[in-house]
Design a protein around this ligand. Sequence first.
Ligand SMILES: [Zn+2]
Length: 160
Amino acid sequence: MDIWIKECTRQATCQFCGKPIPKHTPMIVGKMWPKRQPEQPEHSSHRRIFAKMMYWHTCNDEGIHCWEMQGIMAMKSRPKKVSKRSRPRLEITPEDRKLRYQILNRRSTICQRIRNELERTDDIPTDFARIARYGEHLEELRIQIEPLGGVPKNWSHSEK
Ligand SMILES: [Zn+2]
């Protein structure tokens, strides 16, 4: 949605409080473009776009900052989305991302093998030399993943 502020030049109704926005007062304008349908190519002559226009008081006659209020309410209604968005996405190339996932998968396989080795239910004793080798392998993965977006925070040494 495009958002801007301008002077109200003709009668508009506030999206938030439902009251008219007086002429010659500042108002917030929102322009929501509809999502393009997949079957409509971008430069199709048949394509018609109807943008939805929305208006808000900057401050109504009761002192309510309508645009700000609707924004805060919208934000509170989707706490999960907000927290997801605040998590920074790793700035790495798709190729590196692929390698990163391969390393993550390899690590979870090794961790599973270590668990299996530690929690043997058969009569074969735990092979600590093998666990040590797995530990070395995990250390290698730490080194490999470092240039591919860094070592994940949950890769604690204690997990080895
Ligand atoms: Zn309002």
